[in-house]
Design a protein around this ligand. Structure first.
Ligand code: ADP
Length: 226
């Protein structure tokens, strides 16, 4: 049952997983079901690049090389976003934290908001490379295009494009960066009672059901652990 506005405890979710694991898609569905904001740092950065803001200018070259934007910049963006009213009942974070420094900062930010439920979406590397090579997004609204969308975005009608950082060489670099900087987060979080690993190499709806089950189990355990 989705929590009603203002009712029930906060649900604070972090989606972990390598590029292409499907965490953005699952984060969006989960956020809708619980009427929470989905906060995707990748989307925030891509929008800044597209509109040419100062943040976009800082981030563009870094993202296109497959590297990570600096921790201070990212922590500032997320802090500001979590301070907004709509995140008071909780949030679904997609793409943040990506380093242990960011995870430590997030713990400090949510200290008084109840436990973080951390879901790690696990997918083998060869599957990721294949998925990323064929991934297309909407050039206007950034929606991930499922295979049945042949030319235009079915949400807003704009053309579909390949993401600037989805070329094979950059994908390999992003996966390396993930192993080096983001994978250590699994160790950072895995001892918590609210951590769950999910097999992301299954049909989307099966993964969605697994996400729901993991949230239910983790929140029950999280309450018991408080
Ligand atoms: P992916 O599909 O690789 O998970 P995202 O859409 O989450 O990608 O992010 C795209 C790019 O934006 C990353 O490769 C990185 O350059 C930058 N980025 C997004 N979130 C962060 C973050 N928390 N810290 C540093 N850089 C980030």
């Amino acid at each position: 049952m989705p929590t009603q506005e203002g009712a029930g405890p906060a649900l604070n979710v972090v989606m972990l997983g390598p590029p292409g694991a499907g965490k953005g898609t699952q984060a969006e569905l989960l956020a809708k079901r619980h009427r929470l904001p989905k906060i995707s740092t990748g989307d925030i950065l891509r929008e800044a690049v597209q509109t040419g803001t100062p943040l976009g200018c800082i981030a563009k070259a870094t993202m296109e090389a497959g590297n990570l934007v600096g921790d201070d910049v990212m922590i500032g963006i997320v802090q500001e976003r979590l301070d907004r009213d709509d995140a008071r009942r909780g949030f679904v974070l997609d793409g943040f934290p990506r380093t242990v420094v960011q995870a430590t900062a997030l713990d400090a930010m949510v200290d008084s908001r109840g436990p973080l439920v951390v879901l790690d979406i696990v997918v083998p590397e060869d599957v990721l490379v294949k998925r990323l090579a064929s991934r297309r997004i909407c050039s206007k609204c950034g929606a991930n295009a499922p295979a049945e969308w042949t030319e235009a975005c079915q949400k807003c009608g704009a053309p579909l494009v390949t993401r600037a950082d989805d070329g094979e060489a950059i994908v390999r670099e992003r996966l390396k960066v993930y192993q080096r900087q983001t994978r250590p987060l699994v160790e950072y979080y895995s001892a918590r009672p609210t951590f769950r690993a999910i097999d992301g190499n299954q049909r989307h709806d099966v993964v969605t059901a697994a996400v729901d089950g993991a949230i239910a189990a983790a929140t029950a355990t999280g309450k018991a652990a408080l």
